[in-house]
Design a protein. Structure first.
Length: 186
């Protein structure tokens, strides 16, 4: 009877083990998933908080974006015009500024476009003659232009040289300007 009781006990223990083994395996699986989710939530929580902060400030960010685009329009010609149109428009603007400042425009030229940090940089070359006051007036007006006209190089020479300079007459200057304007890329 001792052997039979031992055998019955072993069968009962084996049956209990067979029933409990899947439950134990399922419990381990659930615990591992719980630990994995808890760790991922702890890792994602700072990102989620930042996203919630950005979402709460969405209207502020939209307003800042609109102001930034308005400020960008002060410096950059729109992409709706092609390179030639933008160059000609800037060239005509420069001719008008120089004429109103008292400079005589000898030549002006829009040069081929170059790519520069996400923009199209359109170089402009202008040669003009006039006195020093006219050059200063033209440069003063250029600083307030929108979209901006950037002065890259300036070369001023005395017409006729120093040998023919008359101290009683305001000297005439020959000025070579190299400008550039920016246009948005499409």
């Amino acid at each position: 009877m001792n052997r039979q009781a031992l055998r019955r006990g072993a069968i009962v223990a084996l049956t209990i083990a067979i029933v409990l083994l899947p439950l134990l395996w399922g419990g381990m699986y659930v615990w591992q998933k719980h630990t994995w989710v808890r760790d991922n939530l702890a890792r994602i929580e700072p990102r989620h908080a930042r996203l919630l902060g950005l979402e709460a400030q969405g209207s502020d960010l939209t307003g800042m974006l609109e102001r930034a685009q308005a400020m960008r329009a002060q410096y950059v010609y729109p992409a709706t015009q092609d390179d030639a149109q933008t160059g000609n428009l800037a060239q005509q603007k420069l001719r008008g500024i120089f004429a109103s400042a008292g400079l005589q425009v000898i030549s002006s030229q829009a040069l081929p476009t170059k790519e520069s940090k996400g923009f199209d940089r359109i170089p402009l070359s202008v040669r003009a003659e006039g006195d020093m006051l006219a050059v200063q007036s033209a440069l003063a007006v250029l600083s307030s232009q929108q979209p901006a006209i950037f002065l890259n190089e300036l070369n001023i020479q005395l017409v006729g040289g120093l040998n023919q300079a008359n101290t009683r007459v305001t000297p005439k200057l020959a000025v070579q300007f190299n400008f550039s304007v920016l246009r948005e890329r499409t």
